[in-house]
Design a protein around this ligand. Structure first.
Ligand code: ZN
Ligand code: ZN
Length: 263
C-alpha cells in the first residue's frame, strides 16, 4: 500500500478534527453523540417501545394493555386525526422531558425535534403516505399563565420552533390562545381534565386552513389536544394532526388498564 504523503496526512487530521467538533456528550449516557442527537444506543432505547410495543391506538399513540379499544378515543369524539409521539413517557426518556421543562435545558428541544422527525418518517414508511402537506403550519399549544410565569418559557413553543426548522414547516405562534385561571391539568383525572380544558382555547382570528399540526410536549389523556383542535376547527381549520414529544402510557396514570413495557 502506498505510504501517505504529508498532504494526505493533513486531510486525515482535518477529518478527525471535524469529526470531534461534531460530537458532543449524549445527555442520557454521556458517551459521544452527534450534536443535536442522542447517541445511537440511547436513540434505539428511547424509540424502542414506540416502534415495537404490539398494542397501540392508531389515532392517539396510546400503548394499550391488549388489543382493546383506546380509553382516550373511545369515550369522546377525537378532534385530532392522528398523533405522532417521538417516544413513550417512560424511563429513561421521561427524565429528559423533566430536564427540559424544569431545568431549562433548551438544547434538549433540538434532540426532541430530531426524534420527532424520526417518528414522523418511520410513520410515513409504515403507512406509505405522508399525513400532511409540507406547507402545513405547526401550532404549539399555548402555555398557561401559571406555567409561563414559573418556567419563563413555553416548552411546546420551543419544541415547535425546532421542529419547524427541521421540517421546514412554518410555525404559527399567534393563532391559538388560552384563557387564564384554569386548574392545573396534572392534578386532575381524565373527566376533570376534559371539563377543565373544554373551552380553554380559542383562535385570535379566522383560519380557513385545510390542515394544521398541533404541537405539545407531553400527551396524557388527549383532553388538551382535543380542546385545542376544536378551537382550531371552530376558526375554520379542516383537519388537525398532532406531534408530541412524549406519550404517557396508562401505567403512569395509575389506571386499571395499566401496562408495563418489556425491558
Ligand atoms: Zn447515550
Ligand atoms: Zn386513542
Amino acid at each position: 500500500m502506498a505510504k501517505k504523503g504529508p498532504l494526505s496526512r493533513r486531510f486525515s487530521d482535518l477529518r478527525a478534527h471535524f469529526a470531534r467538533q461534531t460530537l458532543t456528550a449524549c445527555p442520557l449516557c454521556n458517551g459521544p453523540a452527534p450534536i443535536g442527537r442522542l447517541c445511537a444506543g440511547c436513540t434505539h432505547d428511547v424509540q424502542y417501545s414506540m416502534r415495537h410495543y404490539p398494542w397501540r391506538c392508531a389515532r392517539c399513540a396510546l400503548a394499550l394493555p391488549a388489543n382493546v379499544p383506546c380509553p382516550d378515543c373511545d369515550d369522546q369524539t377525537p378532534a385530532v386525526q392522528n398523533v405522532v409521539a417521538a417516544f413513550d413517557y417512560v424511563a429513561p426518556a421521561d427524565s429528559l422531558v423533566l430536564r427540559f421543562k424544569n431545568a431549562r435545558q433548551f438544547q434538549l428541544a433540538t434532540i426532541f425535534a430530531a426524534l420527532a422527525v424520526d417518528a414522523i418518517q418511520w410513520g410515513h414508511a409504515q403507512h406509505a403516505t405522508p399525513p400532511w402537506p409540507a406547507t402545513t403550519p405547526l401550532v404549539p399549544i399555548p402555555g398557561s399563565h401559571r406555567s409561563l410565569q414559573r418556567r419563563g418559557f413555553n416548552p411546546a413553543g420551543e419544541f415547535a420552533i425546532r421542529l419547524g426548522r427541521l421540517l421546514k414547516m412554518p410555525v404559527l405562534l399567534s393563532l391559538l390562545y388560552r384563557e387564564p385561571a384554569r386548574l392545573k391539568q396534572s392534578t386532575l383525572n381524565r373527566l376533570q381534565r376534559r371539563a377543565n380544558t373544554a373551552h380553554v382555547y380559542y383562535c385570535a382570528r379566522n383560519a380557513p386552513l385545510p390542515c394544521v399540526v398541533l404541537v405539545d410536549d407531553v400527551l396524557t389523556t388527549g383532553s388538551t389536544l382535543n380542546a385545542a383542535a376544536r378551537a382550531l376547527k371552530a376558526a375554520g381549520v379542516q383537519k388537525v394532526f398532532a406531534v408530541v414529544i412524549a406519550r404517557t402510557p396508562c401505567v403512569i396514570r395509575d389506571e386499571p388498564s395499566a401496562i408495563g413495557f418489556p425491558d
